[in-house]
Design a protein around this ligand. Structure first.
Ligand code: SF4
Length: 249
């Protein structure tokens, strides 16, 4: 563990203009160097999100745990997750021993159905994602200055321009994406080399795992995210899109 990175003296956080310059500097850096930079600059004001569904998040969790056991990890539990994901989350955090906060929503599914209608029981995308993902994350991030995620540019067209670090206007934090320039092969290679545990659904044909009602396994040759919101225009839950708005193809 690299505890020397945790300075008790007051931190001077980079301003928005400086963040753009830092992004250029870090563009060709290895993800581990980006993690070290993020921990050094933000310390206890840094948090890592993970869905416990996708390889990228697990690889980042593994990398982080080799540097420190102090960065707060959080995950959004929509109440619609696969049982496998919830069980795997517990097993994984027994292994990694970083602090985890499971962030829930203000509404139960029943209250949501009562408020917005029966479609909300089976995944009615826009409002449901807003209530169960975007709003809880916004509230959680109020206590932090920087948020790290496992997203990659190669995952979707919406993510193609993601900087290594940028200012997130909606969540009002710096958003750091250490794996942004990695390919899926690099992620898989790291996971193999370091024996990173993975959600068991990934062995059952799922390649991008979100809420159970709108996630299906994909066929050989299909895009990894083709099984998310299949048949809908929706491609993102709104967490990784500017201004927290749900992205449409
Ligand atoms: S993915 Fe579906 S079930 Fe999950 S929060 Fe969004 S709309 Fe609701």
């Amino acid at each position: 563990m690299c505890e020397a990175l945790w300075s008790e003296s007051e931190r001077i956080l980079p301003g928005r203009d400086e963040i753009s310059r830092v992004a250029e500097t870090l563009e060709d850096s290895d993800p581990r160097e980006i993690l070290l930079w993020a921990i050094d600059v933000y310390g206890e004001d840094l948090t890592l999100s993970g869905s416990f569904g996708n390889p990228e998040g697990m690889v980042l969790l593994d990398m982080l745990s080799r540097i420190t056991d102090r960065v707060q990890v959080f995950t959004i539990d929509t109440g619609f997750l696969f049982d496998e994901t919830v069980r795997f989350r517990e097993e994984a955090m027994d292994l990694y021993r970083l602090p985890l906060e499971v962030v829930g929503t203000r509404l139960s599914i029943e209250e949501q159905v009562e408020m917005y209608g029966p479609g909300m029981r089976t995944c009615s995308p826009d409002i449901c994602c807003q209530v169960r993902k975007v709003e809880p994350q916004k509230k959680f991030l109020e206590a932090y200055e920087a948020w790290m995620t496992g997203i990659r540019r190669g995952q979707t067209a919406d993510r193609a321009d993601t900087p290594v670090v940028g200012w997130d206007e909606f969540f009002e934090v710096a958003k750091i994406s250490p794996l942004v320039s990695w390919t899926s092969e690099q992620v898989e290679g790291y996971a193999r080399e370091h024996n990173v545990p993975m959600n068991p659904l990934l062995k059952m044909g799922y390649r991008s795992i979100g809420c159970a009602p709108q996630t299906r396994p994909v066929q050989e040759g299909e895009d990894a995210r083709a099984g998310r919101w299949d048949g809908m225009e929706k491609t993102e839950c709104g967490i990784h899109v500017a201004n927290g708005k749900v992205s449409r193809a």
